[in-house]
Design a protein around this ligand. Structure first.
Ligand code: FEO
Length: 400
């Protein structure tokens, strides 16, 4: 049975949410599910904005048929060719053979790759600032390469002041009936997922996100319709403020994140001692994560949020404990910068963890590495409390 929501008199939400997919991109855990958004504009011409993941395909086609109410489909605007949005394009073309695809040249190439079909005769290729009149509405296309793939574009509808933003401004999390950001407490229920989505999906492409924000700032935007998560109409400023920080790698909070790897609890103990000393020195904003217990996507999100990172890990196979190595390699690949980092290593013989962590950190930009690492021999010795205290004092003095 169809389940749609009206956005305005001419625009209908026809996407769907899934709580049965365990991982987004088969990689990121999504315990709250995810929505795959699609929108239908009913003007003199009918315009479908993107399709959805096949997991919600049945609902999508019921919604599309219901919303069209017997009308034909004239255009399918393709903002992004990742399969969570594009996989049903072939089926849309089969059901609505007169439909014209509207997308970038890069997207057309990908349609050929994904569907092994020559659609050039059925496509209207658009580029930066091209426009398409659909009757009362004029769609204005803007390129947004690498937010999140190279073929991405966004669409601005000047009549309704809506920006269809592709992956930008999206978030993990299934919708529960409510669609608009003012229908729930976004900060409380969605912000962590929005941060985890942004940092892991488009975190690497800060410059490209900045370019998109510049283009968006020239538009009079009343609503943002992304491909995942709620439609924005009330707190757009809050979200843009977050995007400014995330895309320039500015920490959101003056806070300490202690990420530790531990095999038998000894490195964890050193991390706990540091946390206690930080608290005694007045630091209130401290979070701690065991990298074996916390998914790396959450560690990534928290490292984008916090100003100070303490990484504590044992030596393993003459190198670095693998879970810490994976986390470090992830934040390096995502281009995280502008952080202060301190290291604690643990080894029973031949310490190597700090050396490997240092080499990784030195390969990142604009990272301040605090002094020499604290090197624990099997377990924290009485004589080493002072070196942990020195580290705590240094961090506390920066945060006061
Ligand atoms: Fe939601 Fe990059 O796809």
């Amino acid at each position: 049975m169809h389940s749609t929501r009206k956005i305005n008199d001419g625009l209908i939400y026809i996407g769907g949410s899934s709580r049965r997919i365990n991982r987004f991109e088969n990689l990121f855990p999504i315990p709250r599910g995810v929505s795959f958004n699609s929108y239908l504009l009913l003007d003199e011409k009918t315009v479908l904005f993107d399709t959805v993941d096949e997991t919600v395909g049945k609902l999508f086609f019921e919604n599309l048929e219901y919303a069209l109410d017997g009308r034909n489909l004239d255009y399918l605007v393709i903002h992004h060719m990742e399969p969570d949005h594009c996989v049903l394009i072939g089926e849309v073309m089969r059901r609505y053979p007169d439909v014209k695809l509207v997308c970038t040249a890069g997207a057309i190439k990908m349609v050929g790759q994904f569907f092994a079909a020559d659609v050039s005769g059925k496509a209207l290729t658009v580029g930066e600032n091209d426009k398409l009149s659909t009757g009362r509405h004029t769609l204005h296309f803007l390129a947004a390469p690498m937010v999140h793939w190279p073929e991405v574009m966004v669409t601005y509808d000047g009549l309704s002041k809506i920006l269809f933003s592709a992956d930008a401004f999206g978030t993990f999390g299934a919708l529960a009936g409510n669609l608009f950001d003012d229908e729930f407490d976004f900060d409380k229920t969605w912000m962590d997922d929005a941060r985890r989505y942004y940092t892991n999906i488009v975190g690497k492409y800060g410059i490209q996100v900045q370019n998109l924000l510049k283009k968006a700032s020239a538009l009079d935007i009343a609503e943002i319709c992304p491909l995942h998560g709620p439609v924005w109409r009330k707190n757009i400023g809050t979200l843009i403020e977050k995007y400014q920080k995330w895309s320039t790698y500015e920490p959101e909070d003056r806070a300490v994140m202690i990420a530790y790897a531990t095999m038998y609890g000894n490195t964890e103990n050193a991390a706990n001692v540091l946390a206690g000393l930080l608290a005694e020195k007045g630091v209130r904003n401290i979070v701690m994560y065991d990298v074996s217990e916390t998914d790396v996507s959450e560690l990534v999100a928290e490292s984008f949020r916090c100003s100070h990172l303490v990484l504590a890990a044992p030596t393993y196979n003459g190198g670095l404990y693998p879970k810490m190595e994976a986390f470090l390699s992830d934040i390096k690949a995502l281009g995280l910068k502008r952080r202060t980092v301190a290291l604690i290593e643990n080894s029973t013989w031949a310490p190597a963890a700090a050396k490997v962590m240092k080499a990784q950190i030195e390969g990142m930009k604009e990272i301040t590495l605090l002094d020499n690492p604290v090197s624990v021999k099997s377990s924290l010795a009485d004589g080493q409390i002072s070196s942990i205290d020195v580290l705590a004092e240094k961090i506390a003095s920066q945060l006061s």
